[in-house]
Design a protein around this ligand. Sequence first.
Ligand SMILES: *Cc1c(COP(=O)(O)O)cnc(C)c1O
Length: 375
Amino acid sequence: MEKNKIFLSPPHMGGNELKYIEEVFKSNYIAPLGEYVNKFEKAITEYTGAKYAVALSTATAGIQLALKVLGIQENDEVLASDFTFIGSVAGITYLGGKPIFIDSDLKSWNLDPKLLQSFINDRKARNLSLPKALVLTHLYGQMADIESIVKICKENNIFLIEDAAESLGATFNGKQSGTFGDIGVYSFNGNKILTTSGGGIVVTDNKKWADKITYYATTAREEELHYEHLEVGYNYRMSNVLAAIGTGQMEVLNERVQRKREIFNLYKSELKDLPVGFMEELPNTYGNRWLTTFYIKDSSTTPTKVIDKLQNSNIESRPLWKPMSLQKAFKNSQVHSNSIGKKLFKSGICIPSGTSLEDKEIKYISDLIKECFRV
Ligand SMILES: *Cc1c(COP(=O)(O)O)cnc(C)c1O
């Protein structure tokens, strides 16, 4: 990687990953599967408390297969967080489904349960059917208002898929994000809190769904010696080499969460006099603070000015996610909006939050940011 550049959230190996990769090489189970896939899945079920885990090539694939085993088909409506990354919702489109986006509230930045309820009430008042599922993102590692959202989904027979791609290690009342809904999905993409270079994992307490996801992820092959197919599946399984990295990474998850939280707290205290709003934790939740983010409350500066300033010092920063309903790719999709996602997108940024950052670097970055607010 480019030397001296400060990245948003670069990979941070724990130490044992290379040793485990060497074991994979010694066993020659480079592919297809192998014991590290099992070990990685076990590490995830032990950590999260979910009963079953299936390691896949990406979280995007995991969300797609989650929707598929829950019965989503062509033309089915699926609710989703509007303020999120496209990986949350691409799977809906892959299956021919129709996303309906629900905006955020300013308190959690995550899906607003009140908007969700009002969408449902409106449908019911007009005697229209409800979408079959909701894909809920826990943004930037902070829990959405999961208790309210689970309740609404249960009352209305809507399946809940938690996109916990960014929130591995975040909890509500001590219970892990990704384990509240019917199926949860974590990502191990390059800039997530843990990484396997690329990868995803699906968790559920339902054995039938876990088995079906495994089946679809391995080309929907029947149990025959020859290749027998009743359906067309996908080739989405994680390789043993990458699972070896994941197994090593899981050993340092708690340390990583702790450091991410320290980084957030240091930025927050450094920037406390600026007119900015940080993403707060809802009561009884514990976020992993994957990325430190804030929005600018007044017109004293703009995200672009801050991003350019940092860029000049070889520091990476970015705007917040652009809501799905503002993407041309979804110009024909429905949205239930209050413009909060749009407001956050226009005024917010993510700043470097890599767990190997030193305190003095965080202070340096904070000083550069402060300079952008001086008139
Ligand atoms: C990263 C991310 C994904 C996709 O993860 P991949 O493993 O890269 O497919 C999905 N949703 C959210 C919210 C993400 O941040």
